[in-house]
Design a protein. Sequence first.
Length: 401
Amino acid sequence: MWAFLLLGALSAAAFGQIGLVLYSSGLALVEEIRPFSLAREGVLELRGFPAETLWETLAVEGLELVALRPLPRESWTLNKFVGQEVTVQTQAGAFRGILRAVLSEGLVLATEEGTVLVREYLWVRGPKTDPLSETQALLHYRTEEPGEKTVRLRYLARGFAWKITYEAELEGSELRLGGRAWIQNVTGVDFPRASLVLIAGEVQAPRGDAGLRALAMAPEAVPTEAFEYHRYDLPGLWDVPQGQLAIPLVRTTVPARKTYRLSGQRVEVYVRFTADTVLPGGEMRVYAEGIFVGADTLSHTPPGKEVELRVGTAFDLSGQRQQVRRERLGENLFRETWRITLSSAKKEDVEVEVVETLSGYWRILSSTLPYEILDAQRIKFVVPVPKEGQTLLEYTVEWRY
């Protein structure tokens, strides 16, 4: 004979320990420990789970899972009143009758005067209905040790997400970075006093059965490698209610410099630094001299990698690019001479990077300044520009295709 045990109607975390491993893609690995009073065999009515629990990923420790039956979501609609007497209030007055159908065009009522289609209405009053069931799944189990026990439940769920935003303060040759993790919970469930792990990196979400191993908790919120990703273990326990939650995650100070680069006729401003720790991808807002100077998007960055943030355009630097000569030397062979003029209204000398994209198979025949080969199609000049002055850069390239 089956025995029924009801899990409480509050949030899942209210029953015991809970751990959350959150991915920026909207996925979460949830691990709970809940106390139960178990018979030798029975059915547990599972409640308080995220609305988008991936039930095929549920793993149970502490009892033998015989069968799991997820139930369809139950929602309240006017169809519950079909066949019953209702009152429909409209701007013109009230209609009373038996509700025959709920259509996109309106409500069909059988009244004493005949059948009526009510197209627009203010409210509907009907008989009292049974409350909606909060049971989300039925878990059939067996156990050799009945009585008061704790059961560990582990599953994947959608409805969680996290991202990071950075505030960066540039002071001289230093950049102070602060990053906040923004956690979003739209699961329909509050999770008080949960341990938190944040995973930085792109994870392929499961489409069917999944067996994702639980991750152990680390004592401090420092990035460590986990498989091909980085993880942040946040110390202590956190309340994760529905909505958003901001948690400080990254804080560091690194050497940095401001650089300029010609783009068309504009000179763009960049802030460059080398990451000294793992920086999850997110928006970075940059401040200098007490004002906001621009923002850029940072990709997932490992330690030791140079970061380049494009924060805006220099109003007192400009450039002009002109082709002064073009010759056709053969069927597929060309020679071109380019002149680039950089002008400055600044009160100090600066350097401006000029990155040129070259076509086909090329070679530089001459240039007024040295250059660096970036890749097969690009070279870079670093052009010194005097204060309130100009610099001319000229080079000749021969190329074929």
